[in-house]
Design a protein around this ligand. Structure first.
Ligand SMILES: [Zn+2]
Length: 128
């Protein structure tokens, strides 16, 4: 069985990124790359690939802010220009939407960044 696994090609980069967005193991696709919202699982429960030493640092939050800003700003500007709703209504509405999108996308961005690091073998760890 080990010889068969050794001959398998690694997954393609789009596959690895897609698995990361789904918070799945980039190697085998088993769910569980993250636990407790943002904590990295030490190793895959199926294939045993180790992830605990990967350090994504600030990239997932930066990526999340970049995406959320580009999703929220165009409709916010359009709404203001088309209907001029009250400022308090916009403040509450856009805050809720921004917070929800951020909480939804942050673990997915972290999964994608960790998967990309895994694919590039850029561990970002203190390991020598
Ligand atoms: Zn795995």
């Amino acid at each position: 069985m080990k010889a068969v696994n050794a001959l398998r090609l690694p997954p393609s980069l789009p596959t690895v990124l897609w698995r990361g967005l789904q918070r799945r193991c980039p190697k085998c696709g088993t769910p569980g790359l993250l636990h407790a919202y943002l904590k990295v699982t030490p190793a895959c429960s199926h294939c045993g690939e180790a992830y605990g030493h990967f350090r994504a640092d600030d990239m997932p939050p930066w990526l999340t802010v970049f995406i959320v800003a580009h999703l929220v700003m165009p409709p916010m500007l359009w709404l203001e220009r088309a209907y001029q709703p009250d400022i308090w209504l916009q403040g509450i509405g856009w805050s809720v939407i921004t917070l929800a999108l951020t909480l939804l996308l942050l673990p997915r961005c972290k999964g994608a960044v960790l998967s990309l690091m895994w694919a590039l073998k850029a561990e970002g760890s203190e390991r020598s």
